[in-house]
Design a protein around this ligand. Structure first.
Ligand SMILES: NC(=O)c1ccc[n+]([C@@H]2O[C@H](COP(=O)([O-])OP(=O)(O)OC[C@H]3O[C@@H](n4cnc5c(N)ncnc54)[C@H](OP(=O)(O)O)[C@@H]3O)[C@@H](O)[C@H]2O)c1
Length: 247
């Protein structure tokens, strides 16, 4: 099966590996390989790979609702149009609970919500895989919210999950082993972003806890990102993942 993975970040790499393990022929496309999903020729370029499935794992970190909405909806419009042109299925990687009303004050989640709506509105039968925050998210956050030697760590209660386990689920969706239109996954335990961050080696960075004010901050602290009872639990616990990584 020919699969195009759009997005060159850690998720694109992990999904490519998981698809490879299922025997797929994978083309990974992102700016680092000369493909810009926002460029005028993006639909043509993506369709020219003749994919049977397109996995969309693009991202641009911003807390601006406007910038996040612009990026994610344009990315999804291009992937959707290329999927339609090539007769491919579209699998969108999203975030567990990002569409809940109490977290829309966080611009990035408002952008992801608009992206999911754009994917659904196209009526193309896009499959959405919503994942809880990955174990790797703690390190990503240290990079993204770093100011000189300090990195801010928002107070968040989460059920983090191994990216490798999520990538396996995405590969199962892409290859038709899973057929539900929305797949939701989380990790096996509840913890905080702060606990994960301080358990990681972080040489040269001083993490500083950052309570987010207002309704969204309260929701982040009080469990709005935690999985409901019917969300599938996949992968190891954080400390098991950390120990395996360090071996
Ligand atoms: N991090 C988490 O814990 C988590 C959890 C659940 C879901 N997600 C979702 O999963 C998706 C991927 O997350 P991530 O953390 O891997 O994202 P990321 O690191 O912010 O970005 C993914 C990749 O998108 C590519 N990209 C950005 N702009 C592009 C453009 N104009 N054209 C083509 N490619 C572009 C980049 O590769 P190049 O630099 O090579 O272009 C980047 O490495 C996001 O939608 C995110 O919301 C993340």
């Amino acid at each position: 099966m020919r699969v195009a993975v759009v997005g060159g970040g850690i998720s694109g790499v992990a999904i490519e590996a998981a698809l490879g393990a299922h025997g797929c022929s994978v083309t990974r496309l992102s700016r680092s390989s000369g493909f810009d999903v926002l460029a005028d020729d993006a639909v043509d370029r993506l369709a020219s790979v003749r994919p049977q499935v397109i996995v969309e794992a693009t991202g641009r970190f911003t807390t601006s609702r406007r910038r996040a909405t612009d990026f994610f909806t344009r990315s999804t419009a291009v992937v959707g149009a290329a999927a339609e042109r090539s007769g491919a299925r579209h699998v969108l990687l999203s975030i567990l609970n990002c569409t809940r009303s109490e977290v829309q004050g966080y611009g990035y989640f408002a952008g992801k919500t608009a992206q999911e709506q754009a994917a659904g509105a196209a009526g193309r039968g896009t499959t959405i895989v919503r994942s809880a925050q990955w174990f790797e998210f703690a390190a990503q956050n240290l990079e993204r919210l770093r100011v000189g030697p300090i990195a801010f760590v928002p107070r968040m209660t989460i059920a983090p999950v191994s990216l490798a386990a999520v990538a396996t689920v995405v590969a199962e969706v892409a290859t038709g082993r899973r057929t539900a239109p929305v797949v939701e996954v989380a990790g096996p335990e509840t913890t905080s972003l702060w606990a994960m961050t301080t358990a990681l080696p972080h040489p040269g960075v001083v993490p500083v806890p950052m309570p987010i004010p207002g309704r969204t901050g309260r929701a982040f602290r009080d469990g709005a990102l935690l999985p409901a009872g019917d969300v599938e639990v996949v992968g190891p616990r954080f400390h098991e993942w950390l120990a395996a990584r360090d071996r």
